[in-house]
Design a protein around this ligand. Structure first.
Ligand code: HPA
Length: 268
């Protein structure tokens, strides 16, 4: 299925960008600001998982960001919706086959580190996969990557430096921290958050870790930015999806400015 999707995309566009961005719903406006845009609906691509969110079906957008060609995946699917780890990482695999070298992931997360605040953009430095699955389980395709990929530099240290530099230039406060990827869809309990803090997590979220594993498997370098949409369970009165959406929207401007500045600096 991955090859069929890659063949289809190749038939629509001969040369695919070496950089891609996966956007959370709050950052959809980033794609709208790209120059020389071309769009492909996920549902036209063989095997591509289509998010079941009303209003936007999910699409691939190819365009230019400050002169650099970039593919945007607007809309993603999650394990908690019942998709498999292979579905969740399908897009990264397909773009990887089309020559992707740099992957930027954005997400919304709960803040575990007490120095964070709602709305803070945080650079992910490392991850803890607590989703109970790994997208590499099963036979390994040696043509794609090794059986046992190294995850020592899961989030590219050079990219992190470039992102920090860009944030400093823009006067955007940028936190740094370790992202714990959970299955969801229930938010964590306060006891789970205390456990996560103890094991070294600064952020809790329900995406990103599987995509990062697959990218590392294929030798694609990863940069990831979380928006702290709420402080984690037990650190504020209660949690709601409405708050996640509202804070995500309110903070999207900073993330979009940061993406716009850093993406042209990722092409190695
Ligand atoms: N926990 C897990 N995922 C999240 C949270 C949270 O508190 N906020 C936004 N995504």
């Amino acid at each position: 299925m991955i090859r069929a999707a890659a063949d289809y995309l190749k038939s629509r566009l001969a040369e695919w960008p070496r950089t891609a961005v996966v956007l959370g719903s709050a950052q959809a406006a980033f794609a709208g600001a790209l120059d020389e845009r071309m769009e492909i609906d996920y549902r036209h691509v063989p095997g591509w998982p289509v998010p079941a969110v009303e209003g936007h079906a999910g699409k691939l957008i190819v365009g230019r960001c400050g002169g650099t060609r970039v593919t945007v995946m607007s809309g993603r699917v999650h394990l908690y919706e019942g998709w498999t780890p292979q579905d969740v990482t399908f897009g990264v695999r397909v773009l990887g086959m089309l020559g992707l070298k740099s992957l930027v992931l954005t997400n919304e997360a709960g803040g575990i580190n007490p120095s964070y605040r709602r709305g803070l953009p945080v650079l992910i430095t490392d991850q803890i996969n607590l989703q109970g699955s790994n997208p590499l389980v099963g036979p390994n395709d040696n043509a794609l990557g090794p059986r046992f990929p190294d995850m020592t530099r899961a989030y590219c240290p050079e990219y992190r430096e470039r992102a920090k530099q860009a944030a400093a230039e823009l006067g955007i406060e940028l936190g740094e921290g370790v992202y714990a990827g959970l299955l969801g869809p229930s938010f964590e309990t306060p006891a789970e958050i205390r456990y996560l803090r103890t094991i070294g997590a600064d952020l809790a979220g329900m995406s990103t870790v599987a995509e990062t594993i697959v990218a590392n498997h294929m030798g694609i370098r990863v940069l990831a930015l979380s928006t702290v949409t709420n402080m984690a369970a037990g650190m504020q009165k209660e949690l709601s999806h409405a708050e996640v959406l509202e804070t995500g929207q309110a903070a999207a401007g900073d993330i979009i400015r940061l993406l716009t500045r850093v993406i042209p600096r990722l092409d190695a």
